[in-house]
Design a binder for this molecule. Structure first.
Ligand SMILES: Cc1ncc(COP(=O)(O)O)c(C=O)c1O
Length: 470
């Protein structure tokens, strides 16, 4: 195609209007209704600094959604930029298929140590010792699922080919992870091409101090597992909080119960920590707070501090050992991607891990999340259209109730939350994103106290659009 839109792409002077037109017609944005997008003025980012993004019109926006939940240190942190620049002068890419490279080895060693440190109170020393690289969250989970299937096959459990996952779970957008997921609206158009998974209840506990019995859910879970104990390869779960389906916190201690049944029935436990990992809810590995060590853990998003794409799947010794053998046994793990373990991504992941300790990131998450909860309670929670706010660490969901006071309008009913977010963007220059009819807050993890207030202020003002519509 060579109409004047594409051929003028190389024009030396930046023409805002042209750039916007090209964006609206040539760039197909994820999960975006492009017809609607074409009728709005797109925000085109040119530069980032700290928690702020600056667009081509020099407007400054506070990145309260952490660039789709992955940002740890704000944008263009000088340490991370320097690390990427230095690594780029040495090696931009060498594939792990035939050779290895220094950053991949060093990051694997550091990560395994950090994971051991996180699980130090969980009983025996952690055996999560084997790091498999990929390049996004969905593939990290896809890898874990394939690993579980191949593991079961190679230990002779050839009928263990199924997965148990949870209602409202989200594990990614590849076919395997879509099959494992349970957010209907995201998968229903693909369902005929997906494989069947079993789904158990994910008991929510919105208020961390309110303990309701989960005994009946536990009994259902055990029945589900026991009834298929010879068929299940693994249980896959988002520990601590489900993100995409609407920031749904898991009942405290429930993960431990799931682990108990996995052990009893010899089923692998896979934790999908793409969202929760790397301190989003506090600890490096969220499930370590409940002293629950999985057989396989999946990490992504914050792993490079929010700079470059990377995913990892870390397996324990038990899983790993099932892949050993002679070449002729053909037991090697049958998976790999060209850019898996890219050196730039590994180098910045190393610096990210170092900075988490040096800068006491976990303490910042703790303090900021307390402040966030306090301000939300004082300035947002009492609004009549706001439902019970859900929060774990710096992951927050604010449900917008229907005019009749009803909560869940479903994923499609984003209308009112969307209006609040649009107002926050336009009037307060705070970038927020709705998730169904819920406003979510997932800021960079090194966010400052004043910026927390800025976000809450934007939501408080944004809620006025719902008053105005009465
Ligand atoms: C729990 C969970 N798993 C997997 C993914 C998929 O990650 P990615 O978007 O990097 O493919 C996400 C993304 O939001 C997620 O929240």
């Amino acid at each position: 195609m060579s109409d004047d839109r594409t051929s003028s792409r190389v024009a030396p002077l930046r023409d805002f209007k042209l750039l916007q037109e090209q964006d609206q017609s040539l760039v197909w944005h994820p999960y975006t209704q492009m017809q609607e997008y074409a009728q709005t003025e797109p925000i085109i980012i040119e530069r980032g600094e700290g928690a702020y993004l600056f667009d081509i019109r020099r407007r400054r926006f506070l990145d309260a959604y952490g660039s789709m939940w992955c940002n740890v240190w704000g944008h263009n942190h000088p340490e991370l930029v320097k690390t990427i620049q230095q690594q780029a002068t040495q090696l931009c890419h060498a594939s792990l298929f035939t050779v290895s490279h220094v950053p991949a080895v060093e990051f694997a060693a550091m990560l395994v140590d950090a994971v051991k440190q996180d699980f130090r109170y969980a009983g025996e020393p952690s055996t999560l010792n084997h790091v498999f690289y990929s390049d996004n969250g969905s593939t990290a989970v896809e890898v874990a699922m394939k690993m579980a299937l191949q593991y079961q096959n190679q230990i002779g459990q050839i009928s263990r080919t199924q997965f148990l996952t949870f209602h409202n779970s989200y594990h990614g957008d590849t076919f395997g992870t879509m099959s494992a997921s349970n957010v209907d609206v995201l998968k229903q158009k693909f369902t005929p091409s997906l494989f069947k998974c079993h789904h158990a209840t994910y008991p929510m506990q919105v208020d961390a101090d309110e303990h309701e019995s989960t005994r009946h859910h536990e009994m259902q879970l055990e029945a589900l597992i026991a009834g298929r104990s010879d068929k299940l390869a693994a249980v896959v779960i988002e520990p601590v909080i489900q993100g995409v389906s609407g920031m749904r916190p898991l009942a405290e201690d429930y993960l431990g119960k799931i682990k108990k049944y996995c052990r009893e029935y010899d089923i692998l436990l896979i934790t999908d920590e793409i969202f929760t990992g790397f301190c989003r809810t506090g600890p490096l590995i969220a499930s370590s707070a409940e002293l629950v060590e999985p057989d396989i853990v999946c990490l992504g998003k914050g792993i490079t501090g929010g700079t470059l794409p990377m995913g990892v799947t870390v397996a324990n010794d038990k899983v790993y050992s099932a892949f050993n053998g002679e070449w002729s046994d053909f037991r090697q793990f049958l998976h790999g991607h060209t850019y898996s373990g890219n050196p730039l991504a590994c180098a910045v992941a190393i610096r990210n891990l170092q900075m988490i300790e040096e800068e006491k990131l976990k303490e910042n998450v703790k303090s900021r999340s307390r402040e966030l909860s306090y301000y939300l309670r004082r300035r947002v929670a009492s609004h009549e259209r706001v439902g019970q706010i859900r929060q774990r660490g710096l992951a927050v969901g604010i449900p917008i109730l229907g005019e009749d006071g009803s909560e869940d309008g479903g994923y499609e009913a984003r209308q009112d939350a969307n209006r609040v977010c649009l107002d926050a963007i336009e009037r307060s220059r705070v970038l927020l994103r709705p998730l169904g009819n819920m406003i979510t807050i997932t800021p960079p993890l090194n966010i400052e106290a004043e910026q927390i207030e800025e976000i809450v202020g934007a939501i408080e003002r944004g809620l006025e659009v719902l008053d105005a519509s009465k």
